[in-house]
Design a protein around this ligand. Sequence first.
Ligand SMILES: [Zn+2]
Ligand SMILES: [Zn+2]
Length: 256
Amino acid sequence: MYFDTHTHLDDRRFLSDQEEVIKRAQEAGVELIVNVGENVKSARRTVELTQKYDFIYGAVGLHPHEAKDFSVDVLEQLRDLTREPKIVAVGEIGLDYYYDHSPRNIQQQAFRQLIRLAKEVRLPIIIHDRDAHENTLRIIKEEKADEVGGVFHCYSGSVPLAREIIKMGFYLALGGALTFQNARKTVEVARAIPLEYLLIETDCPYLTPVPYRGKRNEPAYVVKVAEAIAEIKGLSVEEVAQTTTNNGKKLFGISE
Ligand SMILES: [Zn+2]
Ligand SMILES: [Zn+2]
């Protein structure tokens, strides 16, 4: 049984067939999902999904792309949404210096404020870090985010950085990128980091794993990520599925 720890099922690309996609996930053995909000609207849609489906949990946050929209009002609305019973994390939050859709200083301010929110409501954080490893780590340390812990989603950094991250008590989530032809660095991370620190995710509709590349990604394909980790580590797919599911339950405080 698999735990897809990062989906965007409220994305408009699932508008026409969301129910079928979720049904296919269950048929593939996905027993838990965390849907991740990108802004207030998407956080509200996430809460609706958690109310509609037993096995879907949620995270509410503000994606670094949208940090330019950060305000006290946004923070208040997100704080209210964290009180919903199946909201298990603040995310996704972080820094994206690859696209730079929001000014970097604004991204940093929003990131800090949202870490403080997570600490206030005692929820772990889901971190988006693209080409911003140094600043992400510095802010996490300065804000003492290790008090709540969390996960670096779609981890794309080096092995030494991965070791530093897990030493702080954070998890690393690996996704479809692991199956790409040019994934050497991520493969090394999957090999070097013990399974007890890894989660699996799709980040659907993005980052579709091989052999579905080119198509829209969906939670059922998280199986391909587990298979890739199993092959790299020389373990059974069952063991990878079981351990990563337990890791996710522990991080997000899910006891079912
Ligand atoms: Zn992300
Ligand atoms: Zn995402």
